[in-house]
Design a protein around this ligand. Structure first.
Ligand code: URA
Length: 480
């Protein structure tokens, strides 16, 4: 006699367990069971196995099977239920160690499907991109098309990662919704249900194009890591065809161009950094001019110019970065490159006007290493921070800010001194010996360097660190 078995939804372990347990108790061999794809019994289907009379106890199932089945059930292949039941049947009928026989055809197939599902889950964690819902603060929607039925399996990962956001992930067959407390699942959606791209993606693309190194391009590896079926979810993927196409020519040009002639520099007389005693009291403008002649460390030589701070002399907040980057070195202004753009976005979200801040860096010259035509950022050493210390002290002395915000470990080192552990103390306002409030948090370039799936969370955490700025300023004015 034939029986029919339906699992709904087809990826549910609980649903499969109930059906399989009923079939085992009724002692129904795999070849007498018709598994109904999609959980639907047909008109002429055989009787439901869950109504079959039990003739024995359900056997105990090894824990390894439970883990394997949970994974295999998420596979898209309609034959997965039959395969899992066949394994169960064999485990229950004398082949207790079956799962440790990797050469067995059923075991091999199950392992392969489990691996497909794990790989797809990994890709989903890496390639889901949330977009902010226009006009709704802290609400995000992502559209994703997984290869398998993995949404329920992977959604708890996003709930842990983005616990503080309200988000939805839409897929063609189901959706997951996180309201900050509870994870719910609902019907599927369409790509148009997610918002169109947002400003953050533009920034991410600019940064990606900037850091794309054609000399390290390995299209085979790239396709393996980022299969093209996921590209439609990734803002940076729109750039890939052009970047890949142009890579060969760019590498050849880099090779022909190296070594690069030193940049032209406007000669300025060498000067010593200012004495920390400010009795001579040169103005900020005079200090800025003088910094061009600084030779206190070797960084001045390959750099285009010293990048001094900018902003009102009576700014209440001084924002301190690490050192100028490539674009700052060329333009002579702090925070105008990709990190500066991210800072601008954060300030705009926090309602803080950049023009009211004094922006500067712990080190005034760009430290880099040449790779062909590219100048790649290198972290400054503590000795460079030390050499620049009196320029910073002079800026602080002139501006007398009420609060200092340190972006990154180098800035924190310059303000709080050696031994400051940024990741332990980030986001906490502390009082310096002169009464100024100071806060250290991560650098925007660190956020941009995060892998894409962590980018948004890192940015939100950073915003939270900076959020207290307004409050400190208000408290400061109350105390004054
Ligand atoms: N990073 C910094 O720390 N400062 C800048 O001015 C630009 C990038």
């Amino acid at each position: 006699m034939r029986w029919s078995a339906a699992v709904a939804p087809g990826w549910s372990f609980d649903a499969f367990r109930d059906v399989a347990r009923a079939a085992l108790r009724a002692d129904i061999a795999p070849e007498h069971l018709d598994w109904q794809a999609g959980g639907q019994g047909g008109l002429l289907a055989a009787p439901d196995v869950q109504a079959a009379p039990a003739v024995r106890e359900a056997p105990r199932v090894p824990a390894a099977f439970v883990g394997l089945a949970g994974c295999v059930l998420c596979h898209r292949d309609p034959a997965r239920h039959a395969l899992l039941y066949r394994l169960l049947w064999r485990l229950a009928n004398g082949e207790r160690h079956l799962l440790s026989v990797p050469t067995d055809a059923d075991v091999r197939q199950a392992m392969q499907w489990a691996q497909d599902v794990r790989r797809d889950s990994h890709k989903m964690k890496a390639f889901v991109r949330f977009r902010e819902v226009p006009g709704e603060r802290d609400r995000f929607i992502a559209w994703f098309e997984p290869a398998h039925h993995i949404l329920e399996r992977v959604a708890p990962f996003f709930a842990r990662r983005f616990a503080g956001m309200r988000w939805a992930i839409l897929t063609p067959e189901a959706s997951a919704l996180w309201d900050g407390e509870v994870l719910r699942f609902g019907p599927g959606g369409a790509p148009g249900d997610a918002p169109a791209e947002d400003a953050g993606e533009d920034l991410w693309r600019t940064y990606y194009a900037h850091i794309f190194n054609p000399a390290r391009l390995n299209p085979r590896m790239m396709r393996q890591e980022m299969p093209s079926r996921y590209w439609r979810h990734l803002p940076e993927a729109q750039l890939l065809p052009t970047l890949i196409q142009g890579a060969g020519a760019r590498v050849r040009a880099m090779a022909e161009r190296a070594p690069v002639a030193p940049r032209r520099r406007i000669p300025v007389p060498a000067v010593q950094p200012p004495a920390t005693d400010t009795s001579r009291n040169p103005s900020l403008a005079a200090l800025r001019r003088a910094a061009q002649g600084c030779r206190a460390c070797p960084l001045w030589e390959p750099a285009t110019q010293a990048v001094f701070g900018e902003g009102p002399v009576d700014a209440r907040v001084l924002v301190l970065g690490e050192q100028p980057g490539d674009m700052e070195d060329l333009s002579g202004r702090p925070f105008v490159g990709p990190a500066g753009k991210l800072l601008d976005r954060a300030l705009a979200e926090l309602g803080i006007d950049r023009a009211q801040l004094y922006l500067t860096n712990a080190v005034k010259h760009f430290r880099f290493e040449r790779r062909g035509k590219l100048r790649l950022h290198r972290n400054p050493e503590p000795s460079h921070v030390q050499a620049c210390r009196s320029w910073l002290a002079a800026e602080i002395e002139r501006v007398r800010p009420q609060a200092i915000v340190c972006l990154g470990a180098t800035a924190a080192l310059a303000v709080f001194g050696a031994g400051f552990r940024l990741m332990e103390r980030r986001g906490a306002w502390e009082r310096l010996h002169d009464g100024t409030w100071a806060l250290a948090t991560v650098h925007p370039a660190w956020i941009l360097r995060q892998p894409p799936h962590l980018h948004e969370e890192a940015y939100r955490h950073w915003l939270d660190d900076l959020r207290g700025l307004d409050e400190v300023l208000q408290r400061q004015s109350r105390d004054a």
